[in-house]
Each structure stands twice: as structure tokens, then as C-alpha cells.
Ligand binder design. Sequence first.
Ligand SMILES: NC(=O)c1ccc[n+]([C@@H]2O[C@H](COP(=O)([O-])OP(=O)(O)OC[C@H]3O[C@@H](n4cnc5c(N)ncnc54)[C@H](OP(=O)(O)O)[C@@H]3O)[C@@H](O)[C@H]2O)c1
Length: 368
Amino acid sequence: MKLKRILKWSASAIFLAFFVTVFIAYWMSSNDCDRKTALVNHMKAIVYCEYGSPDVLKFEDVEKPVPNDNQVLIKVRAASLNAFDVYLIRDSWLGRLIFGLRKPRDTRLGQDIAGQVEAVGKNVTQFKPGDEVFGISRGALAEYACTFERALASKPPNVSFEQAACLPLAGLTALQGLREGKIQPGQKVLINGATGGVGTFAVQIAKSFGAEVTAVCSTRNVDLVRSIGADHVIDYTKEDFTKSDQRYDVIFDNVGNHSFAERRRVLNPKGICVLAGMGGAGVKGSEAIGRIAGNIFTARALSSFTDQKFAQYRTKSSKQDLIMLGDLVETGKLRPVVERTYKLNDAPEAIRYLNEGHARGKIVIAVE
Ligand SMILES: NC(=O)c1ccc[n+]([C@@H]2O[C@H](COP(=O)([O-])OP(=O)(O)OC[C@H]3O[C@@H](n4cnc5c(N)ncnc54)[C@H](OP(=O)(O)O)[C@@H]3O)[C@@H](O)[C@H]2O)c1
């Protein structure tokens, strides 16, 4: 009887402690917007103090970043947008758990950068002021941004800043995902979601590996995917690729809108389905979470028990891969597809457009 009462009290105490901790964590989570101080060296940047629609984005004066010993300060010439930028500002419980409970911890936006080195920390050996670089840097939607030298590569001279800014996150996701699919020359590869930022790179990189590429897109993008080299096109508004008789060695899936059984049906017996994404900037709330949860649990189980594999991966910042992407553009094997270019102060408008979910290729922000 006494033990029962102790257990009951312990359970209540743990329950209460959990709620108090969550409550304190919630109220303590704040950001720079709550600590306004006079600016010493200012620059213009896109910031967001709250979660919400693209209306929360502001074009403001903020403190110019200072590189630490291992960082490079870049004068941004161009940046590009990714679905990830839309997920960062969106108000969802998963987003709040990861990026800050009450408010976003980091108020900067943008990941993909191209620009000129302005200053370097004392441990930086590969770059010097004046060098032209591209790579990954949080806070790319600004006049200046700081990042680590390992996240940067030299921009090839005949590649523009706008083209280079398209490459980092989307290009790395396509390249590393196709490697996860163990892509080989002559293989049949299907790209689902072939016309977004990642898809337009995946089609071209798969072609550069010598694959026979089938692109899945909507009607208005059929000509676009043909122009970047797709051998076959499936218009998803008219035809479901999982119901065809064709089999594929690799499915590179940016969308995740078909069940595992449907995708297994069109995979060769030892085929690999690469789970790259969940539908891009347009996919919302529970739909996205359902696809992520399905990927985490079912993909692993199926891959353990069958010869058909479902590969999950997280894109890694890699200097070698950035260099490879730069070389592909320099040699004309890869052409970043840029649908629209906006000025930095119009970045909220650009994010609003991406949020609609039907951008074609990349959206670039040119920084003057
Ligand atoms: N694994 C990683 O670490 C990693 C890293 C970066 C990105 N990602 C993920 O990769 C995915 C793609 O990113 P993104 O930047 O390319 O997004 P995006 O630019 O927003 O493109 C999404 C594409 O999906 C297409 N689409 C939507 N519904 C479709 C359907 N039912 N069938 C076929 N295509 C459909 C859209 O084409 P239409 O306009 O023709 O509908 C659009 O081209 C995202 O989910 C992102 O989260 C993953």
C-alpha cells in the first residue's frame, strides 16, 4: 500500500517537473530581437523575430558579423533560396522543438552564398581577402555573412555569382543523394519532383553520370525538364509513375507522395529508392510530418528485410563536392536553372513565391 502511494507521488512529481521544465524553456527561449543594442558596424539583412508566414520577414539594419579565428567574412554578391528557408520560418510544433520553442533562436535567414572574401580569421589558410567563393553560410540573406572555410570553395572564374549561389544546398543534395543511390552509367533513374531546386540538379547530374533519366513533373514543366536533358518525361497530372510497367534501378524521390509498396512495385529487385525530400517548399504541416515519420520507421525496416533499399541521408557540407559542382558548371555539364532573381530588400516576396511550392529551379537573391 505504501509502495503504491510512493509510486503514485513519484509519477506526479516527474510529470510536474517535466511541465515546469518545458514552461521555463518556453519562456526563456528568446532571440536577438529581444536584446536591441546600438549598432556599431551595421549592414542590411533579412531577419525574422517570430515564426509565421513570410510576412514576419523584415529587411533591417543589423550588426555586421565579425569572423572568429576559423571563419571567413564574405561580402555577399548573391544568395539562393531553399525549401529549408521556408521550413525555418514556418510555425509548426516540430519547427519550434528544433529551432526555438517560443521564438526562433537564430534570426538570420539563408544558407547558399556566393561572394567575395572581405576578411579571414587567423587560422584560415585557404582564402584571402578578394577571393571569389561560394558555399554554405547561415545568414546568407545579408550584405555580409561569416562561415567556416571548410564550407566554402573557390568560385570558377567563368561561373557568375548568381550561378554559384544556386549550387550549395540543392546541388549537394542532388549529388550526395545520387551517390546514396549508387548510380552507375546506363542505369534507369527516375527523378520524382524534377523541376524544383534539387530536382533540376538531380536530372543533370544523373545524366552526367551516364544514366537514362526519367523526370516526373507537372504539365507546365515538361519542356523545362527536356531542355535540361531528361530522356523521358512523366506528367504527374496525367500519369502515375508507380502504375507503369517500367522498372527503375534508382528512384530519387524529392516528393514522397507514394507509398512504399507503390515505389517498390517500380523498383528493380535490387533497386534503391533515395528519400531526398518530402515535396519541397509547398508541402505543409501534417502531410510533411507523416512523410518524415514514414521514412524514418518503414524505410529502415524494409531495407533490412528486402533487397530493395530505401536510402535516407542528410546533406553534408563538403568542400570536395562543392568543387565538383563548380567544375560541372564550368565545363558546361551542369546549368543552374534560375526562374527569378530578386533584390535583397525583395527577399520576403521571393520567399512568399517559393512558399507557393511551384518554383521552377532556383530563386536567386542578388545583393548589390
Ligand atoms: N535530404 C536532405 O538533407 C535535404 C536537403 C535539402 C533539401 N531536401 C529536400 O528536398 C526536397 C526538394 O527540395 P527543393 O528545394 O527542390 O524544393 P522545391 O524547389 O520547392 O521543389 C519541389 C518540387 O516538387 C514538385 N512536386 C510537387 N508535388 C509533386 C508531385 N505530386 N509529383 C511530382 N513533383 C511534385 C514541384 O513541381 P511542380 O511545380 O511541377 O508541382 C517542385 O518542382 C524538399 O522536400 C527538401 O526538404 C532534403
